[in-house]
Design a protein around this ligand. Sequence first.
Ligand code: ZN
Length: 287
Amino acid sequence: MRDFSANHETLSINTATVRKQWPLNRIIDECARRDIRAISPWRDQVTAVGIDRIARQLRETGIRLSGFCRGGFFPAADAAGLRAALEDNRKAIDEARQLDSPCLVLVVGSLPGALNGAPAYVDISRARAEVRDGIAATLEYAREIGMPLAIEPLHPMQAADRACINTLEQALDLCDELDPERTGMLGVAADLYHVWWDPKLEAQLMRAGADRLLAYHVCDWLTPTRDLLNDRGMMGDGVIELKKCRHWAEAAGYSGFAEVEIFSDYWWTKPGEEVLDTCIARHKTVV
Ligand code: ZN
């Protein structure tokens, strides 16, 4: 297993972690100041500043992407909605390309409208079929552009509204179906917040291997968890066996960044400087 204690060259910051504190251009500057080598930005943060400006700033600072958030949300109530989702995913692929991302992360969606408390239907099998078809169609364009797609399984507590793919096994089954030749264009993003509890975690990481393990996200699981979305913990403050999980991922061949992704009403109230400095310290000691 790689030694993270000496420096933080393997650290990436998912920019949602400090999205309440700073706009993306400031986040990039603060990361550059701390010699953080990679980020994973969100589309809305990029759009707010302007993608040309962000692309230039990344080139100037030498900061790379560990991923781009996000595509997905394929299911829809009708044919027009399904088409609109595919169109939006093609746009996301283009943006990922412009920012030279190694992959586009997919949060696949589930019951359409459920995020707003008004699901258009309640058939999760239908949602899964629409996700499968959506990824298959998007993969064709992704291959043309050369932008790998990383399916991120979400914790089952988000199965109704954000993602009907909830385990690595389920995501990898889809990879096997849609990309049986293992071309490297379809894989998974293993976010420990979502998959740490899975009794099959080690086996599925091994199954993924280097060619399908496209991203690795870390934070911690707090007890008790007070909010389904925005109560993620700083690494070391919860119950996830971070080093054991990283050992498994690296044994499976993963050699990329450990991307810190913390949605937290607590950490969003802290000065951004303190959040980034804490991420660096914990990356070296507990990740
Ligand atoms: Zn994630």
